[in-house]
Every structure is written in C-alpha cells, then in structure tokens.
Design a protein around this ligand. Structure first.
Ligand code: PBG
Length: 332
C-alpha cells in the first residue's frame, strides 16, 4: 500500500498505542482536583436518598463524619456540606442560619474533630433557611442586597467559629466578599479562606439540588435579579475582578459543563485558583442516561471531569467525587 496522500504530519501516529497516548496526554484528573458536596439532615436515620439524584443521600451528622473519613482516605481534599433544614426552622430572614448550634455548625464541629485533615468549605447563602427559598432577605418581591449582606456576614462568622476552613458565598449579593473578608479578619479568622461563587448563573441545572435541600417546593419566583444571565460572559469577568479585589482567594464558575468557555476565560484572564461546580442537574443527566443504559456512566463521568481540567479549572465540585476518587485509586 503506498502513501497516496504524502502527508508529513500524521496526527494519528501519537495515538497508535496506549503508552504513546499516555505520554502525550496534556491533562490529568487526580483525586487532588475534587471537592465533594454533601447534603446534611437532622435525622435518626443515617441516610435519606435524594430522589432526583440517584446515588446521592442526605446524611445525618454521624454518617457525614463516617463518609468524610472515607473521602479523606480516598484522597479527596475537601467537602462542601449543604443542609436540609427542617421546614419549621425556616423563616423570612433565615434566622436559623445564625444559630451557632444549627445543623451546619454542629456537623462542621463533628467533622473537624474526627477528620481534621479534610477541608470544609461552607456555603454562605440563606436559601436553606428562608421560608421563600431565596438566598437573601426580601422586601415584598425584591431581594435586598445590603440587608442580606449583613446577615450573610453573621452566618459566615458562625461557620468560621464552628471551624469552617473556607467560606463560599453563593448568594451573588454585591459586596458580600469584601464584607465577609473584613468581618473574618476583625474576629481573628484571617486564615479562613474565601471561595467566591463569582460567576453563578441563574440556571435550570440546579433543580435536583433544590429537591435535596427542600427548596424546590418553597422557592417563590426565580433568582434572576441576583444570579447571572446565561447569555453573558464579559459580566463573569467583571464579577471575578470584583471578588478578587474584595479578597476572594479562589473563584468559581457555576454550573460547569455548559460554561466551560467562562472557566477558560476566567483562568486565562486572572491566573488565580479557579473552580468549576458540576451541579446537581449535570450529575442527574449523566446518572439518568446511565441508569437507562443510554451511555456508559463511568466514562461519561470521567470525560466530563477531565473537560474541566482542559478548560483550565484547578478543581471541581462534583457529586461524583468519592466514586471517581475510588476509581482513580484502583487504577493506581
Ligand atoms: C444556593 C445554592 C444552589 C446551589 C449551590 N448553592 C442553588 C441555587 O442557587 O438555587 C446549587 C448546586 C447544585 O445544583 O448542585 N445558594
């Protein structure tokens, strides 16, 4: 057979064998890249399944401690707990968020005591605690920015007191990063990091998360007056710039896969630690298709996570964290 095309460069040559593909591989996913979001519940039962997220459970505090230990053993650097708050404890202003004995604070203390080596990243936002399901406080149908920031600062302080390593404001109020940074510094928590949900979009992909924390039934309206318009990416750059000026140590883009262009722009523009959140809806899509036999779940999981690395993310919040860490460990 003659080489009829006379090609000098044949891209397939480097792909001819596994050893060669390994040698030229540009990006790698390791357990160091993973942050595991978990759901907490105050319950005698160890676990309660999240219907819209097959394979994900809400955990009581004892079980959360056990699973945090297991995750640490698998090499997962950090967890990000979210609470399912009893309906009776939710009110207009999210006052339970400020209770130093609330579910989150108790869980953080328990996990810190038992598994000091795992990082704990705690959300600052009021949605699990408000009767209306919004991340801030309302006046009629308006979400009040500055009043919300005042409460978020106090929530962040309660979490830092409990032992949170990182505060992750996910509320998208203006000025909250700076206000939280100032309050942390003024109270002896200058080592507590801030991972800002900087470019958080008003997305349809959060549905299963709202099932997990019980806000889908209560949310009044939508979050478009504070979360970003999916059409915009210049605006994401402006959000990240502000959060960095205000003292963010790490920034995040959320959701993940539909916003890989934003992740790449943020990383290229700022060269700071940049994270992606592979959100509940992205998890649910892969799981639903896999459970129907329509795609190979493990392969789709690995490919989606590698895509974040290729886009420039330093790490990914993913509900697949323990599963993928186990797989990576077994492969060696
Ligand atoms: C709320 C918050 C949300 C998520 C993380 N923090 C949902 C929302 O904004 O309504 C979504 C995470 C996911 O979908 O996995 N502060």
């Amino acid at each position: 057979m003659t080489d009829s095309l006379g090609l000098t460069r044949r891209m397939r040559r480097n792909r001819k064998a596994e050893w060669s593909r390994r040698l030229v591989r540009e990006n790698r996913l390791t357990s160091d890249d993973l942050i595991w979001p978990i759901f907490l519940i105050d319950s005698a039962e160890a676990v309660s399944p999240v219907a819209w997220m097959p394979g994900v459970d809400r955990l009581n505090i004892d079980e959360a401690v056990r699973q945090a230990e297991a995750a640490a053993r698998l090499g997962v650097p950090a967890i990000a707990p979210f609470p399912y708050v009893d309906r009776a404890l939710r009110d207009e202003t999210g006052s339970e968020a400020l209770n130093s004995r609330n579910l989150m604070c108790r869980a953080v203390r328990a996990i810190k005591a038992a598994v000091p080596e795992i990082g704990i990243i705690c959300d600052a936002a009021l949605d699990p605690y408000t009767s209306h399901g919004h991340d801030g406080v309302m006046d009629g149908e308006r979400i009040l920015n500055d009043a919300s920031v005042g409460i978020l600062v106090r929530q962040a302080l309660a979490l830092a007191e409990a032992g949170a390593d990182v505060i992750a404001p996910s509320d998208m109020m203006d000025g909250r990063v700076g206000a939280i940074r100032a309050a942390l510094d003024a109270s002896g928590h200058e080592d507590v990091q801030i991972m800002a949900y900087s470019a958080k979009y008003a997305s349809a992909f959060y549905g299963p998360f709202r099932d997990a924390i019980g806000t889908n039934a209560t949310l009044i309206g939508d979050k478009r007056t504070y979360q970003m318009d999916p059409a915009n990416s210049d605006e994401a750059i402006a959000e990240v710039a502000l959060d960095l000026e205000e003292g963010a140590d790490m920034v995040m883009v959320k959701p993940g896969l539909p916003y890989l262009d934003v992740i790449a722009r943020v990383k290229d523009t700022f060269s700071v630690p940049t994270f992606a959140y592979q959100v509940s809806g992205e998890y649910a899509m892969i799981m639903a298709a896999a459970n129907n036999g329509w795609l190979d779940g493990d392969k789709a999981m690995l490919e989606s996570l590698l895509a974040f690395k290729r886009a420039g993310a330093d790490g990914v919040l993913t509900y697949f964290a323990p599963r993928v860490a186990k797989m990576l460990k077994e492969r060696g």
